[in-house]
Design a protein around this ligand. Structure first.
Ligand code: B12
Length: 220
């Protein structure tokens, strides 16, 4: 069974890395039928995206390859999303989430959103290129205690900084915990940007937001 799974995943990887977008769906169905779990499939995709990213960095691939890779990832994500729907009706917490102004990447953000929703969180996903003011407005409107921001390019950092500045200016910073994620973010940004947590792993992100809510319960 394990060998069959490994062979299935290897074939999937081969198709993904050959950009055979027309074969992705059929391959994915086969994998799910053979017992591959949605998180296993997601993780296989992330590894492929990493490889494609490295080739882009090395000048072997260009934007068209990135676009196709993004489209393939979207297909996998929309198939997996319903399989991860919450098992409990209890709301674990609420999160305002988005990719800040200047950045159009959303695959990682949506993976985190999907896992958080599966963990019982209500996620207000504002999409990409979100203006600092829009984050603050949504936090005010919903009263959500957690803000998540995702960045894949460094030009998004000033927007993140501006969000934090606005939260401070409006007196909201104290009641909101901020987590950032995405390929270009690093641990040292927690101190630099004055946020509460950082991760490049959506699963760890889920554990962190769960711990935020636990701290709040303890303090209540
Ligand atoms: C796919 C891709 C694209 C696609 C995006 C598709 C989409 N709709 O999202 C397209 C083709 C549109 C694209 C465009 C561009 N891209 Co691009 N892209 C990538 C690529 C190959 C993969 C990114 C990705 O989706 N990774 C997979 C996801 C799953 O990983 P992730 O986002 O890190 O998410 C994980 C965690 O970080 C975490 N996470 C993510 N967000 C959050 C948020 C929270 C709150 C939490 C808790 C967790 C969390 O969860 C995920 C799962 O664990 C990377 C290369 C790379 N190595 O990353 C370049 C890369 C990010 N792109 C890059 C660039 C330069 C661009 C362009 C400027 C190219 C251009 N010349 O026009 C444009 C950007 C336009 C813009 N203004 O945004 C650079 C950025 C360089 C930098 N340091 O600033 C990279 C690093 C490539 C490179 N090395 O040059 N890109």
């Amino acid at each position: 069974m394990e060998t069959q799974k490994m062979a299935g995943l290897a074939k999937f990887r081969e198709i993904f890395l050959a950009f055979r977008i027309d074969s992705i769906e059929a391959e994915m169905e086969g994998l799910l039928k053979s017992g591959i779990s949605p998180p296993e499939l997601l993780s296989a995709c992330e590894k492929c995206m990493e490889e494609i990213g490295k080739k882009f960095e090395a000048g072997e691939y260009f934007l068209p390859e990135l676009v196709i890779a993004g489209e393939m990832f979207k297909k996998v994500r929309s198939r997996i999303q319903p399989l991860l729907s919450p098992t409990t009706k209890e709301v674990a917490g609420r999160i305002v989430l988005g990719t800040p102004q200047g950045d159009l990447h959303y695959l990682g953000k949506d993976i985190f959103a999907m896992l958080a929703e599966a963990g019982g969180f209500v996620v207000y996903n504002l999409g990409v290129d979100v203006a600092p003011k829009a984050f603050v407005e949504k936090l005010k409107e919903t009263g959500a205690p957690i803000l998540g921001m995702s960045a894949l390019i460094t030009t998004a950092f000033p927007s993140m900084q501006e969000v934090i500045r606005l939260l401070e200016e409006k007196g909201l910073r104290e009641r909101i915990q901020v987590i950032i994620g995405g390929g270009v973010t690093t641990k040292d940004m927690v101190e630099r940007l004055k946020v509460d947590a950082q991760t490049c792993d959506a699963y760890e992100g889920l554990r962190i937001v769960q711990s935020f809510m636990d701290e709040r319960k303890e303090m209540a």
